[in-house]
Design a protein around this ligand. Structure first.
Ligand code: FAD
Length: 255
């Protein structure tokens, strides 16, 4: 059976999922791409306004799709990256395959003996597909309205990324977590999703502590400095939280 006769599902419409779909379309396959989000581009459409590429743009591009002439910045901003990815998807017909607002909630390989599945040892990413190809993948997909669909496909390509969907929030001892702080506590992921205007409104004239020292932390600290000009405290931790005190009092229960 040729690839054009195989049914393929791709989970995720970020940089990787879009490229996977484009290459399958070129080989005669017509995959369906499920993405839980509301736009193609993965982490980029909902990244903070102030976020920029950290790599020079010539190092962060598809080899078959140059940046448009209008982007002259060495480090394009979040909007430019999101637009570039959207343009790539449109140019290669990928948009027609994408179903936004569709989260894959489970997947199961059916039609082969349990022993065959248990024997798979390729989860470490050896570049080969699993199994004999005798079975099928059963995907359960939930849309934004809560409707559930079941899809049967021959192949699944997981392009779910590392930074989307699930905030990394530590477990705190009882009474010593966010509830012990007399202000707002918000994860950087939710801050990004909030959108620039709402985020600016939230931090305006507030005393803010950014807990963490990764890229998102620095982007947030930068946004706070732009809005308030001062009162930024940064605490170096691995987990990223943004604390907003309603009272101008700087409290940080995690420090
Ligand atoms: C703020 C930020 C800045 C970054 N800057 C850089 C940079 O400058 N240079 C660099 O090289 N990298 C950078 N990265 C890393 C970035 O993650 C990668 O460059 C790239 O965008 C990852 O693409 P991806 O397709 O693998 O995953 P993602 O972009 O994470 O896309 C995964 C997609 O899968 C979807 N998804 C996940 N689970 C499900 C599910 N169960 N069902 C349906 N859909 C699902 C998500 O909704 C998402 O759209 C940055 C990341 C972030 C968060």
């Amino acid at each position: 059976m040729g690839l054009d006769e195989k049914s393929v599902a791709i989970v995720g419409a970020g940089v990787s999922g879009l490229a996977a779909c484009k290459h399958l379309l070129e080989r005669g396959c017509r995959p369906v791409v499920f993405d839980a989000g509301d736009a193609v581009g993965g982490v980029w459409p909902n990244a903070m306004e102030g976020t920029r590429l950290q790599a020079p743009r010539h190092m962060y591009r598809y080899s078959d799709f140059p940046w448009p002439d209008s982007v002259t910045e060495m480090f394009p901003n979040q909007r430019q990256v999101a637009d570039y990815l959207h343009a790539y998807a449109r140019r290669f017909g990928v948009l027609d395959c994408v179903r936004l607002g569709h989260r894959v909630t489970s997947m199961e390989y059916v039609g082969v003996a349990e022993e065959e599945v248990v024997a798979w040892e390729e989860w470490a990413g050896c570049g080969q597909a699993f199994g004999s190809g005798d079975g099928e993948w059963r995907l359960t997909v939930a849309d934004d309205e809560g409707h559930i669909e079941v899809h049967m496909v021959d192949f699944v390509i997981l392009c779910t990324g590392r930074f989307s969907n699930y905030p990394n929030i530590p477990n705190f001892p009882p009474g010593r977590g966010p509830e012990a702080f007399d202000g707002k506590v918000i994860h950087s992921m939710d801050y990004s999703k909030m959108g620039s205007e709402k985020a600016k409104e939230m931090i305006k004239d507030k005393c803010v502590t950014v807990v963490g020292y990764g890229n998102s932390a620095l982007d947030i600290a930068n946004e706070c400095a732009k809005v308030n000009g001062k009162n930024i405290q940064s605490s170096i931790k691995h987990t990223l939280f943004l604390l907003v005190s309603e009272t101008e009092t700087l409290l940080c229960p995690f420090c």
